[in-house]
Design a protein around this ligand. Structure first.
Ligand SMILES: C[S@@+](CC[C@H](N)C(=O)[O-])C[C@H]1O[C@@H](n2cnc3c(N)ncnc32)[C@H](O)[C@@H]1O
Length: 416
């Protein structure tokens, strides 16, 4: 069935358009923000409809020709067909709406710090096909879309894509389709390739023999183990004046231009020189950008914790402790014993475990800075903190992901 002449009034985080018709919300695939369209209904749920655009009736005022030739097939970007100013407005609304829905708070305008629109990603992940070609996935069908350029990848990655594909082709043609996925990371000086697949001993021996002198740092991911083929298994990055070792499996923020600004917002909100507990600390890039010393970090990835310790040495810290642990097992005794003044949390998309909110609130910490890549879980967790006596004090967003509906938000909460 076709619904006619519906106007796209918003965009979801997954890139689908939002429209309303006869009291129902419609989520529309392939829609452009601001356009009026006809859509074919794919599924009818109790409170909403799922649909796919069948034709545009009235073009959007915000629309532009996407500069990437793969945009209409590739699932890597979802809103490259609208101008950047509107992308920023949409992200602002996404955060405001999520917070309004969870907490009832009507925020004034939120500042969203803009990014250069293209060539910003220091990491991309691609699917490798049977012949070794490099692909993104189509958004809805998950079909592979072969690419030999990517406008949001930084120049170092983009310039090397064709040569990197020569490696994946050579290996996959010799050992039919053995590499399934590749993640490509670039620092200022080097490129690191993580190849994922079902490597058998023969293939591992061959890849070692053939690529141990590669100009790239190459690793194989076999089950959860990392086999270093060439280079060091990590990259060195600089954020401001500080230097960081980031291993192949550590988290690292993907936008080269914005990382310092993101952590700068956290520092501005928190002030310096307090004893800081950094939950979900990764390799401690954020806490060491906020504080020069006095850091306790907790992180589930043991390797990232080893790197955090190394990073503390590299940056001359004297008072630090990094613990490999699930954040939900941190308790009040620990927080009191460490004489913590302030806490930063930077969890994955799922947000904070309820236990973590409870522990922080019971420890009576005055200032909490929450760095979040998901406005929905952030809003849910803000509500949980409010229910435990905290106040939403400040909020600012940083666009780390132009051409997509993703955004980082930094929030300061304090005891009422
Ligand atoms: C969004 S990253 C932030 C890392 C760091 N703050 C940064 O800016 O690079 C989230 C981190 O949380 C870690 N993590 C995930 N679940 C965790 C848990 N239950 N307890 C502690 N750390 C966790 C991940 O390994 C990852 O390093």
């Amino acid at each position: 069935m076709i619904i006619k002449n519906i106007k796209i009034i918003d965009i979801l985080q997954d890139g689908r358009g939002v429209a309303r018709t006869e009291g129902k919300t419609v989520f529309v695939e392939n829609a452009v923000y601001g356009e009026t369209l006809d859509a074919e209904i794919l599924a009818e749920k109790k409170n909403f409809l799922e649909a796919r655009k069948s034709q545009t009736k009235l073009k959007s005022d915000y629309q532009r020709k996407p500069p990437c030739p793969y945009f209409y097939e590739c699932g890597g970007c979802s809103i490259m067909d609208i101008n950047y100013k509107t992308q920023i407005d949409l992200k602002q609304n996404l955060i405001k709406n999520a917070i309004k829905k969870s907490t009832g708070i009507n925020l004034e305008d939120i500042e969203v710090i803009e990014s250069p629109e293209f060539s910003y990603r220091n990491k991309i992940r691609l699917q490798v096909d049977k012949d070794g070609g490099l692909n993104y996935l189509e958004t809805y069908s998950k079909k592979m879309v072969k690419i030999d350029d990517c406008l949001i990848a930084n120049e170092k990655i983009a310039e090397n894509l064709v040569d990197i594909a020569k490696i994946t082709r050579e290996i996959n043609q010799k050992f039919t389709g053995i590499i399934e996925e590749i993640s490509i990371r670039a620092s200022e000086k080097n490129i690191l390739l993580n190849l994922q697949g079902n490597f058998n001993n023969k293939a591992i021996a061959y890849i070692k023999e053939r690529y141990s002198n590669s100009i790239y740092n190459i690793n194989l991911l076999v089950a959860r183990d990392l086999i270093i083929i060439s280079g060091e298994g990590y990259l060195d990055y600089k954020i401001g004046q500080k230097e960081f070792k980031i291993s192949a499996n550590d988290f690292y923020q993907v936008n080269d231009y914005q990382i310092e600004k993101l952590y700068g917002v956290a520092r501005e909100f928190l002030g310096e020189n307090q004893k800081l507990l950094d939950l979900y600390c990764g390799s401690a890039t954020s806490s060491m950008s906020i504080n020069d010393d006095n850091i306790v970090g907790v992180e589930i990835n043991k390797n990232a914790i080893e790197d955090a310790k190394e990073n503390a040495k590299r940056n001359g810290l004297r008072d630090y402790k990094f613990i490999a642990k699930n954040a939900k097992f941190i308790d009040n005794n620990f927080i009191n014993k460490e004489k913590i003044d302030a806490i930063t949390v930077d969890p994955p998309r799922a947000g904070l475990d309820k236990e973590v909110v409870k522990t922080i609130a019971n420890a009576d910490i005055e200032k909490i800075v929450y760095i979040s890549c998901n406005p929905q879980t952030l809003a849910r967790d803000i509500k949980r903190f409010i229910d435990r006596g905290y106040k939403l004090e400040k909020i600012k967003a940083v666009d780390m992901f132009p051409q997509t509906m993703h955004v980082e938000t930094v929030v300061l909460m304090s005891r009422k």
